[in-house]
Design a protein around this ligand. Structure first.
Ligand SMILES: Cc1cc2nc3c(=O)[nH]c(=O)nc-3n(C[C@H](O)[C@H](O)[C@H](O)COP(=O)(O)OP(=O)(O)OC[C@H]3O[C@@H](n4cnc5c(N)ncnc54)[C@H](O)[C@@H]3O)c2cc1C
Length: 419
């Protein structure tokens, strides 16, 4: 539990809170939407919510850039961008995160040619561990910017970000149900053939749901309101939540329930504004682990995870999600230096997950897997450092910006080492 909760309304406010916490030897942590599955944002010191620091600072239509305060939620950002004729080039599954929280953990969507959200950051303002305001951009201290884009909240409190956007676009969404083996046999070609490729596979099923989103000049022809409510709220949330509850109560029914969930997967096709096509409501509570591995091993790794279910004592009620993304040059980005394939495993809240996730993690270790910073895993600094060739760049930035560990917490000490 935080000792104190503060809601700063300006960068100066943040700087003075951090300076005074540092002076009194207290720790400080920013929280965004609180949507991480790990304790990456936890603190027993001062918790800063940036919900009051969520305004638009500047829209640069010529360069297609927007500067916003760091607490802005993605759904609000998406609306502001749409009004300005702009969009984020790619997004993840949900839009409830703050922009600072999303970039801090390298939140990503899917698309072999597209990097994670942090790769769009071209400027940043942050407050360091002594309460000083630091600015960096692609023109002014690009080296610091490169490191600070994925900061895990360990380098400073981010107060403003400038994002490189793209002209607003629509997506043609095609969701199909296919045989998992057929898709895996052809995965490199399948994932390269569309802008955004994603598959969901329910353990125990031979089929999977494939989502292929292509950029299009077609006009938006979104689903009817009823169709959206039926698919997204009733199907993916209310009904799915209800069967998960039954499976948790009667674990022996879980395999049958998993088959029912798999057979309920539907096919659909529509054209929608990009952010609306990328993001969905997610009401069913779950825990998640996600690993990035070199994309060329993706099909093999999925097959090995599938084999696990033959002997797993734990029933699993949630699908496995498979995505892809481009390489980048951010030292602690999970996609640093390699086009990545992503395997996310989930479990319904309240069900055992440790043995399942640990078994999946052992497979991912064979591929030098990098766990998502905001999702569950069992790694430590000693096992992670060799997987990040520019680990020392991050450590040097951390020593410079937070020499006294003002932003440290137990999770960061575990995954980054003590400060
Ligand atoms: C339902 C669901 C779906 C998800 N889908 C995806 C997905 O599709 N793709 C994906 O990659 N991830 C996904 N995630 C994970 C999620 O995007 C990340 O965990 C993200 O970090 C959450 O953002 P947040 O604003 O909630 O940040 P929080 O969880 O509140 O914080 C995350 C980190 O950011 C730091 N932070 C927050 N604000 C600041 C600030 N102003 N300055 C410095 N540090 C700050 C915190 O200290 C902490 O270290 C999903 C999570 C959920 C619950």
């Amino acid at each position: 539990m935080p000792a104190d909760q503060r809601y700063p309304v300006s960068t100066e406010d943040v700087a003075s809170i951090v300076a005074s916490a540092f002076a009194f030897g207290q720790r400080v942590k920013a929280i965004g939407g609180g949507h991480s599955f790990t304790a990456v944002a936890a603190t027993d010191g001062v918790q800063l919510s940036l919900d009051q620091l969520a305004r638009v600072v500047d829209v640069d239509a010529v360069h297609q850039r927007i500067t916003v305060q760091a607490g802005m939620r993605l759904h609000r950002l998406n609306d502001v961008l749409a009004d300005a004729g702009l969009a984020m080039p790619n997004l993840g599954d949900i839009d409830r995160q703050s922009i600072a929280g999303a970039i801090a953990t390298a939140t990503h969507g899917t698309g072999l040619a597209l990097g994670n959200l942090a790769t769009t950051v071209v400027g940043m303002e942050l407050v360091d561990g002594h309460g000083h305001v630091v600015r960096c951009s692609i023109d002014d201290d690009p080296e610091l910017l490169r490191v600070a884009r994925v900061g895990l909240g360990a380098l400073g409190i981010v107060t403003e970000v400038t994002l490189q956007c793209v002209p607003a676009f629509n997506l043609h969404v095609a969701e199909t149900v296919e045989m998992l083996d057929d898709v895996l046999d052809d995965l490199p070609a399948q994932s390269a053939a569309v802008d955004h490729f994603e598959l969901y596979w329910m353990p125990g099923s031979r089929r999977c749901q494939v989502k292929r989103n292509r950029r299009t000049d077609e006009r938006a022809a979104s689903q009817s309101r009823w169709g959206y409510v039926r698919d997204k709220w009733v199907g993916e949330n209310l009904a799915f939540g209800a069967v998960c509850r039954v499976g948790r109560r009667f674990p022996r029914l879980a395999p049958r329930i998993a088959r029912i969930v798999a057979s309920a997967a539907t096919e659909r096709e529509l054209v929608d504004r990009s952010d609306r096509a990328f993001c969905s409501p997610r009401m069913v509570r779950f825990v998640e682990m996600e690993y990035g591995i070199p994309v060329e091993h993706l099909a093999d790794a999925v097959r090995r995870v599938r084999e696990l279910f033959r002997n797993l004592p734990t029933p699993v009620l949630f699908p496995i999600e498979v995505r892809v993304s481009a390489a980048d040059d951010i030292p602690l980005s999970t996609a640093f230096g390699r086009p990545s394939g992503w395997i996310a495993v989930h479990q319904y809240q309240g069900m055992p997950f440790e043995e399942y996730f640990a078994a999946v993690e052992r497979i991912m270790d064979d591929y030098d897997g990098r766990p998502h910073w905001g999702k569950l895993h069992f790694q430590r600094a000693a096992t992670l450092a060799p997987r990040y060739p520019r680990w020392d760049d991050f450590a040097a930035a951390r020593a410079r910006l937070d020499p006294d560990g003002t932003f440290a917490n137990p999770y960061l000490e575990r995954v980054l080492g003590a400060r």
